[in-house]
Write a protein that binds this ligand. Sequence first.
Ligand SMILES: [Zn+2]
Ligand SMILES: [Zn+2]
Length: 392
Amino acid sequence: MFSKIKNLYTSYFKYEGNEQLTKLSIFFIIALDIFVLTVMNYGIDFQTKVIDNPKAAYSYDCRDTFNNPSDILSHTNYLYTRSDIPNIYDSIKKQELSKVCQTLFSKIEKVKSNIDFTEFKRDFISMSKEKQKIYKKLNTIRKNYNTELFEKMANNSGGNSIVKTRYFDLKNNYDLLVKQIESKKLSFEKNKHVQSLHTFVKSNKHIPELYKELIKNYYVKTRVLEIIFVLPIMLLFLYLSKKFLLEQKYIPHVLTKNLLIVSLIPLTISSCSLLYNYIPHIFIGKVIDFFYSLGVPVLAYYILAAVAILIGYFIILKIQKNDKIKREETKNNKLSFRINFNNNVCNNCLNKIDYFDMNFCPHCADELKVKCNHCDDLKIKSLKFCHNCGNS
Ligand SMILES: [Zn+2]
Ligand SMILES: [Zn+2]
């Protein structure tokens, strides 16, 4: 495989005419290929990941919030403490954000500027820890003493032991802390900015559904966008490389042909994934459904294969015909002859031949040599100089 690619490249760059490419030029052409490919990938990346992307319009943080509106009432919700991870498209992504998400984030910002979350959390944690500590102490007493008896005796004045006093002190403290924690939670919930945020989230519960709808069509849209992005570039290079071939300009031809191949890479990937992931699934599914309803699902596969073979056959015929026309166009073109000569293939039928041993192509009888006017020997027909005497 690798040696095949290498052969392709060496024969492709080998040129015995006036303008032979140096190794350095080849290096630059390859570097240019890589550069153009990278730029195109960035373009595709940008086009598809940011522009018109439901994932950008309804970012995860945004759309997820609408799934559980009541979560917004909890001060532990990570939305209040998250910090953004920097991303190269940040500023654009902010512009691509949908109105709903923009409002959501601005409302969250309002809550954050209204409540000091570090202080709030610190207080909350210290209260919870204290509560936990007292609870443990109460449990120890409960294990060692009959606290049920304490409770019963609470109304009577008798039995004022130290343990009993301590138990009730702790219990009061505990109840107080529970109340304090509850009221702190409530104070957060009742904050007018939190309330406004909560109302907003509740009234937009349809966002996750909307997002699902949008993302369904997005995959196909992405592939189409990719193709729309690369197609003009590919067509431009196709036009230029053909133009330079017909004008017999070697270096511009090699350069544009390289770039044509480079632009074909993303184009092929996008087209194939569009074809593979979308069209056949629906089409094949429908065909199989139809035959299944007739009770002969197996037939569907035969017919499908037959249709594919037929279409493939016509496509191949068409390609061959186009290729023939193209060959006719470039038959007398010195540059394409040189490429064929260097590849040891017949200029007329593209079959493998030996230009020095043969006078005619054994496949199509095309004349390969003519008589030299200087040395009366035979020389290669379309090459400028005689290989015997060196005269033109
Ligand atoms: Zn031939
Ligand atoms: Zn000669």
